[in-house]
Write a protein that binds this ligand. Structure first.
Ligand code: S3P
Length: 164
């Protein structure tokens, strides 16, 4: 089984993916970590600072291409994968795309105040991005799962109920 988790920064993709991989006994794939390894930089912040966002997006595409023949796994994506259609084209074949839907109030509470994320430096800018991205997440989703007022365990259970 292949599950692709999409959603805005702070929607819980990484934490939920860890639980799913364990419960479903399938590999966990963290795209952001693969991008960092591929870049030879220290972290995402450094990629954005030294190479720019465009380079980061190129690396995301490269990683997605490498994952296109994956059969089993939970892929935790970066929040911006939906801006390049090719990424979901590579990732989704025979997989289930799940959108972790979280209100902006909740994501900003989760990441806002201590964010190392280059695209969540200002709440105002992040909100614009959220509005723009929301429709893209909805378009790509096979299934939508709300994470508002739910623990990561509950969200993982909701997903397992849907996919098994
Ligand atoms: C990004 C989200 C981040 C990371 C990068 C860009 C985005 O991942 O890929 O900072 O464009 O929304 P998370 O969604 O895991 O925070």
């Amino acid at each position: 089984m292949k599950i692709i988790l999409i959603g805005f920064m702070g929607s819980g993709k990484t934490s939920v993916a860890k639980i799913l991989a364990k419960k479903l006994k399938i590999p966990l794939i963290e795209m952001d970590s693969l991008v960092v390894s591929e870049s030879k930089r220290k972290d995402i912040k450094e990629i954005f600072e030294k190479d720019g966002e465009l380079k980061f997006r190129e690396l995301e595409i490269k990683i997605a291409r490498g994952l296109s023949s994956l059969k089993d796994g939970v892929i935790s994506t970066g929040g911006g994968v939906v801006i390049n259609k090719i990424i979901l084209d590579y990732l989704r074949n025979d997989g289930i795309v799940i959108y972790l839907r979280t209100s902006f109030a909740n994501v900003s509470q989760r990441v806002g105040s201590f964010s190392q994320r280059p695209l969540f430096k200002s709440k105002k800018e992040a909100k614009k991005l959220y509005r723009f991205r929301k429709i893209l997440y909805i378009n790509y989703a096979d299934i939508m799962i709300s994470t508002n007022n739910r623990t990561i365990q509950q969200v993982a259970d909701d997903i397992i109920n849907e996919v098994t």
